[in-house]
Each structure stands twice: as structure tokens, then as C-alpha cells.
Design a protein around this ligand. Structure first.
Ligand code: DHB
Length: 396
């Protein structure tokens, strides 16, 4: 026997998309229940990218999730693109009047979970056997087993499919109703976290003959760095000494401050979009609907933009009974998503060598980097995308 619970929006996935959706709905007086197969600890500890667009920061602060990002995050007014041994700064405020914040995604999740629980939200961590039902009916539902082994049926008006790239939501859309756009890449990133002071004040994206490297930061004492490796690389393939040697060789001219490496991971690259993002009364948002390669750190920012549009559409439905905005959700969100896809693909292909790269293409990439960094139009194009385009809806 399963126990029945009832809410207005059943949300599968307590990542940035699901939790922010629940938060924004609550502000509009709409109830939700969020489930996730992971534990709270696992969600709060998973290391992801670190850059928030100005607009993402504004949403977190202005809707009352938390203003910790303003205190513990770091505002970055630019990045450096480095190639052929020379650095070129892209000055964000000077070009587009906006900045970005370095504030890791797991910190955003810590803030979102705390804020949701403070508000009395119903979040079930550690669930299993989740399944979605009746998406094409007026009364969809989610069945699941909670962390104590009890079975539940969550009845709702809508399902928020925010269970990430490995989730079940998008696969519940029949193949005949769905188009998958998928692109793999022939390289990956080797990422490290180390205990050391920052080696640079801003992020360095460096394209060199030995491949790409990214020097990022986390805090005054912890740093995040990545370097391009072949797809099949495992974290055991590189000793700490080799890692430092490789990273240093890829950012010649900047002396890397070394320290103990306490985490290593290999990030695979893929571009993916699921069209459509609506199946009856189920709506996909965030990584459940699309993934980008990490170059440019658009992933979570795109999730936030999706959810703003979706929460606004759901609020309109409960306000006046109209499904017009809900029907427009996917086409509206997809415009920004494809921009984000283009930007992430462009940054990735401009900065990385493919394993069998033709010498012509290598020189052509340097030509492109030279063109982008030497012209104000080129720098502005990059800065506009990196700091984030205006949102499609207003919020309060
Ligand atoms: C980070 C990751 C990115 O993919 C990026 O473009 C910038 C920063 C990071 O983890 O710090």
C-alpha cells in the first residue's frame, strides 16, 4: 500500500533547477514537493562549475534565497584569454556593464536547500524507484519509495522534470514526441582542487600547443584548475608532479602557486538538447533538458533562466487559468538554450585542439582568438554571452 500525498507541482530532482523552481513557486503561493534520489549531503558536496552570471546572482539575492554570494563569492570583472604566449583581457563592465561571480554551484545548493527547509518546504532526499505517471492527463503523479522504505504516490497538477542529465524525466517522453540533439567531443578536462593561494586574480583560459588549460579559483586558500586530456583518461593516469608540470607548461608566463591536490576528476564533454521540453503536464528544465560542455560555465545559469520562465508560466496558470504561457515555455526557453549551446560550443572549439588537429586548423583557431581579442566588437560578443543575456521574464 502506498500513501498518497497531494501538491500542486511535483518536482523530481533537487538540483539548482528543481530547488529554485520550488522556491519561486512558493513565492507565488503555489505548493510543491521535491524528491531526489541523492542524500542532502551528496547534493551539497558534489563539485561543479563556479561561475554565476550577474542575472543568476540577482535572482538568488532579490528573491531572498540568500545574499551569501555577495559576501563569500568573488565578483570578477573580466577573464584572460591566452594564446601563443600572450594574455588578452576581456573587460566585462567596460564592454557590457556587467560582471560575473565566482561562487561554486554546491554553495548555491547549500543556500537553496537551507532557504527551502527554513520555509517549511517538503523535500524528500534519498528516494528510490521514482516513476512518472499520467503526464498527458489532468492529474499526473510521481510514485517513489522514501529513504525509510515507505511507498508514496505524489499526486499533482504539474510535474517539474529537473532530474539532471542522467534522470528519468526526459526518457518518459516517447521517442516519437522527442528530438534529441547530441554532440560528443574528442577530449575531456582533468580537474583538480588544491590547497594553495590564487595564482591569478581572474580566470585564465589558455589555448596552447599542448592543449587547453583553465586556471580558476575557489577561495584564498583553495584553487580549481583544469587541463584538456584525451577522453579515456582516468584520474590515476596522472601523478601530482605530472599534473603540475603539465598545467605550468600550458600557462607559461604565470607562475602557478602549487599546493596539495585533494581532489581529481575527469569531466566528459557533451552538448545535448531535448526538444521538446513539454510533455503534457510535465516540463523539463535545466540539465534534464540540455547539457553544455563546461567551457564558459553556462550549465547552471541556463537552468536558472529556464526556471524563471517556467515558474512565471505556472503562476499565470494558477492566476487566470490560461495555459498560454505554459505552452510557450519550451519555445521561449529554447531560444536562450540554443544561444548557450552556441556560446559553449564556440568557446570550446576555439580553445581546444582536437587529437588529430590539422596544422591549418590550429593556426585558424589562433586567428580567431586574435580576431576576437583585438576587436571591440569581438570582445563585446564574448562578454555579452559570458556575463549572460537579459532574462525573458521579469520577477519580483
Ligand atoms: C569553472 C568552470 C568552468 O567551466 C569555467 O568556464 C569557469 C570556471 C570553475 O569550476 O571554476
Amino acid at each position: 500500500m502506498s500513501e498518497t500525498i497531494r501538491t500542486q507541482v511535483g518536482i523530481i530532482g533537487a538540483g539548482p533547477a528543481g530547488l529554485l523552481l520550488s522556491h519561486l513557486l512558493d513565492r507565488a503561493g503555489i505548493s510543491s514537493v521535491v524528491i531526489d534520489k541523492r542524500s542532502r549531503e551528496e547534493i551539497e558536496k558534489t563539485i561543479r562549475a563556479g561561475i554565476l552570471e550577474q542575472g543568476t546572482v540577482d535572482v538568488l539575492v532579490n528573491t531572498g534565497v540568500s545574499d551569501r554570494v555577495l559576501r563569500d563569492g568573488h565578483k570578477h570583472d573580466g577573464i584572460e584569454l591566452r594564446f601563443q604566449g600572450e594574455g588578452h583581457r576581456i573587460d566585462f563592465p567596460g564592454l557590457v556593464g556587467r560582471s560575473v561571480y565566482l561562487y561554486p554551484q554546491h554553495e548555491v545548493l547549500i543556500d537553496l536547500i537551507a532557504s527551502r527547509l527554513d520555509a517549511g518546504a517538503d523535500i524528500r532526499f534519498g528516494v528510490s524507484n521514482a516513476d512518472l505517471h499520467g503526464q498527458l492527463s489532468d492529474s499526473p503523479s510521481i510514485s517513489f519509495t522514501d529513504s525509510e522504505g515507505r511507498d508514496f504516490l505524489l499526486e499533482c497538477d504539474f510535474i517539474g522534470g529537473t532530474d539532471g542529465s542522467q534522470g528519468i524525466a526526459k526518457w518518459s517522453i516517447p521517442e516519437t514526441e522527442r528530438r534529441d540533439f547530441f554532440r560528443p567531443y574528442p577530449f575531456a578536462w582533468f580537474g583538480i582542487l588544491c590547497e594553495a593561494p590564487p595564482s591569478a586574480d581572474e580566470l585564465i583560459y589558455s589555448a596552447g600547443d599542448r592543449g587547453f588549460a583553465l586556471i580558476s579559483q575557489r577561495s584564498d586558500t583553495v584553487q580549481r584548475m583544469y587541463f584538456q586530456v584525451p577522453n579515456e583518461t582516468s584520474t590515476e593516469d596522472w601523478s601530482d608532479e605530472q599534473i603540475w608540470e603539465e598545467l605550468q607548461s600550458r600557462v607559461a608566463g604565470t607562475e602557478l602557486k602549487q599546493g596539495p591536490i585533494f581532489q581529481k576528476d575527469v569531466l566528459q564533454f557533451r552538448s545535448y538538447v531535448c526538444e521538446t521540453m513539454q510533455y503534457g503536464r510535465m516540463f523539463l528544465a535545466g540539465d534534464a533538458a540540455h547539457t553544455v560542455p563546461p567551457t564558459g560555465a553556462k550549465g547552471m545559469n541556463l537552468a536558472v533562466a529556464d526556471v524563471l520562465v517556467l515558474a512565471d508560466a505556472m503562476a499565470a496558470y494558477y492566476d487566470n487559468g490560461s495555459t498560454e504561457k505554459l505552452d510557450n515555455y519550451a519555445p521561449t526557453a529554447l531560444k536562450r538554450i540554443w544561444r548557450g549551446q552556441q556560446f559553449s560550443y564556440w568557446m570550446t572549439s576555439m580553445l581546444h585542439a582536437t587529437p588529430d588537429e590539422h596544422p591549418f586548423d590550429q593556426q585558424r583557431r589562433y586567428g580567431e582568438l586574435e580576431m576576437v581579442t583585438s576587436s571591440e566588437a569581438g570582445r563585446t560578443y564574448l562578454a555579452e554571452a559570458y556575463t549572460g543575456w537579459p532574462f525573458d521574464v521579469s520577477y519580483n
